[in-house]
Design a protein around this ligand. Structure first.
Ligand SMILES: [Zn+2]
Length: 308
């Protein structure tokens, strides 16, 4: 038996076949942005999958799991995703079901990552945890009492759009001061541009335009500006997590994505500020963990685990 996992991203879409032990034994990547028509996109994925499935015609396929930005578990649609080529509501699960005659389950990419982490990674055996992806945007998946929280309309877990700074930075969602505008890869660059004003001798002044990776590299060199950038970012994230903990009382929070690769530079201030601000009953009790899955695999694994 095997499952199909599809991770739809704004730039690329990853497709994989996953066995029951969580091993990806076939995978490929297609360029999402070239498929302006959703039907061409589904056809391209079919062309990738059919030969793989034919090679394994002796094995049963359990179904297709899809993780996608703004993917709605209840409706099987991608709904108003700002970074995908298709506008409005896209009935992706229906389109795949019609083609493959297999069960298709869709959820947002952060929820898929949470399921992957719960089944194969850092949250193995946990019934209550939160995964936060610090990438181009900030996504989150909440697991409570052993299950993903989908909410009334399927859109639960939008920690990236919790307002952490009233009248703060303008967010892609049209409001101001969302967590995403501070703790995403682009958010930390914005913070960097503010902080380096105070540090004319910082090596970051020679690296413009900046990327989050360069801030990490500078921090490793002991650059004061870079260290302050991580401190500021960790403070905003840690304070937000202290509030978040009060809602679902997680055993752990898993940080994932580009910014999490900065390791202790982001983990240490985040954990310190979380513990300074959290209700005393949770003080020093919530584990802040890195993902245990290879970054390239987690979305495919999580998506595939939707149908396991
Ligand atoms: Zn927002």
């Amino acid at each position: 038996m095997y499952s199909i996992g599809i991770d739809v991203g704004g730039t690329t879409t990853k497709i994989g076949l996953v066995d029951e032990d969580g091993k990806i034994f076939k995978q490929d990547i297609i360029d999402t942005s070239t498929y302006v028509d959703i039907n061409d996109f589904v056809d391209a994925i079919e062309q990738t999958l059919r030969p793989w499935m034919q090679e394994r015609s002796h094995l049963a396929c359990k179904g297709i799991g899809i993780g996608a930005p703004n993917g709605n578990f209840y409706t099987g649609s991608i709904e108003f995703a700002p970074n995908l080529p298709w506008k409005g509501v896209v009935p992706l699960a229906d389109l795949f079901e019609t083609k493959f005659k297999l069960p298709v389950i869709i959820t947002n990419d952060a929820n898929a990552a949470a399921i992957g982490e719960m089944r194969y990674g850092a949250a193995k055996g946990m019934n209550n945890f939160i995964i936060i992806t610090l990438g181009t945007g900030v996504g989150s998946g909440f697991v409570a009492n052993g299950g993903i929280i989908y909410g009334h309309d399927g859109a639960a877990g939008e920690l990236g759009h919790v307002i952490v700074q009233p009248n703060g930075r303008l967010c892609g969602c049209g409001r101001n001061g969302c967590l995403e505008t501070y703790t995403s890869a682009t958010g930390i660059v914005k913070t960097a541009l503010e902080v380096i004003q105070k540090y004319p001798s910082s090596i970051l002044n020679q690296k413009l335009p900046l990327s989050s990776k360069e801030i990490f590299e500078a921090a490793k060199e002991g650059d004061q500006a870079a260290l302050e950038i991580f401190e500021t970012t960790g403070k905003i994230l840690g304070e937000c997590l202290a509030n978040t903990v009060a809602i679902t009382s997680p055993e752990a929070i898993i940080l994932f994505g580009g910014l999490a690769r900065a390791g202790h530079f982001i983990f240490e201030p985040t954990e310190r500020h979380m513990n300074t601000n959290v209700l005393r009953i949770w003080n020093n009790k919530i584990k802040l963990l890195p993902s245990m899955l290879p970054e390239n695999d987690v979305a495919i694994l999580g998506a595939a685990a939707l149908v396991v």
